[in-house]
Ligand binder design. Sequence first.
Ligand code: AMP
Length: 477
Amino acid sequence: MPKKLKQKKEMVRSPKGMRDMLVADIRYKEKILEKAREIAEFYGFQPIKTPHLEHTELFERPLGDASDVVEKQMYTLKTKGGDSLTLRPEGTAPIVRAYAENGMVSWPHPVKLYYSGSFFRHENPQKGRLREFHQFGIELLGDHDAIMDALAIKVLYLAITELGLKNILVHINSIGDRVCRPQYKKELTAYYRKKINYICKDCKRRLKDNPLRLLDCKDPGCQEQKAGAPQMVDFLCEECKTHFREVLEFLDEAGIPYTLDHNLVRGFDYYGRTVFELFLERGAKEKGQEKEKIDAVEAKPENGAAEEPSSIALGGGGRYDELMYILGGRPLPAAGGGLGVERIIHEMKLAEISPKIPPEPKVFLIQIGPAAKKRSFMLLEEMRKAGIGVGESLSRDNLRTQLNIAAKVGAKISLILGQKEAMTDSIILRYMDEGVQETVLQKKMVERIKEKLKKMPRTARVAALPEIKPSEPEAIS
Ligand code: AMP
């Protein structure tokens, strides 16, 4: 007798903030991506995939040293060759790199791209905040026009709302450009310097490194100072003002509800002019009230937070006309944004929206005996090639067990292959609702199944399992 193994080691677990996605969530994810892709393709976006790892510089340069992502959230590794690579924390910089590297400058403009995949940020895992999460994103490269900003918002907004989620409100702001933003930063810094004794530790650091992020502070103690701070909108130059007004007009025209959010600055340094986030507002709003200002509430910590936050960001983006220049290329006007897949899944579950449910196969293959079992592979392949979905339970050998499974999964036709059928190249087709069966040659099987399925009512429910008659394969094999 072999000696019983004693288990000493603890089972290895997934890294903190990174989790397995099981079937139900994958079905939700498929539904989300399918919808988002359908809308993006309609509006002329084309798919792109970039690597998960990029040179660290690609993110360090444009996101800014003082951004939270660069400062503490990047997963960076040294390769054996001495390169510094980073797991992508966001999708825009890689797309801009890919544009330059793949000569997209010669493509018709604007170049419209969409992508989806995993992104990695070493954040404090909380409800709605993971270290590996999925995004669907779109980018419009090579155009200044305000309608591009509005189109990015529209595609993301439509994707969420057409999935069935309600109370989606776009928070929008303009953070100006290199002409008008410096003056605003100066004013903001001067204002906060006077308040230095009343702001949190993080804000003191932001005041030095990245004053715009002062507006992003969630510390309750800083809210009063924030409310009195100068607003970017009062400092916009004429061009930025016109651009922003046009974006809002396009949103009005498209019937997309938005609220002006003067504190919206977003996490990355490369943004200029339009910045936006799509929030799901839980306190249902009546129509017409959408434009009142609603403070963005971030996701609450996981521990002790049974309650859902009053609003949650499902997506965000903006214009980034300077990103290409920061990366070393010629300036390229561009706008885009992304959706957080896990957060949308969570909201769909709360709203009881069903995931993508693949149709149950209407045909079920039953095999009895070694020769039949061997033949099953070939028959299954034949049906796969013919586009017929087939269920099976290849590891079972008993007829009744397999028939029970076929009935349980709602099969309309059971294919019964016994020893005799395997030897005579025939197969029994048992029509589950009617409780009748016929034997056909295997080479006629696909044709006969198709014929029968075509005639079956789509909504017919499976009747109780019919009695097995004496002439059935149990007696045959
Ligand atoms: P961002 O790239 O930060 O603009 O994020 C766009 C969207 O992705 C957000 O609105 C969230 O829905 C989602 N998201 C961002 N960071 C995370 C994260 N750490 N975990 C889960 N979802 C995230």
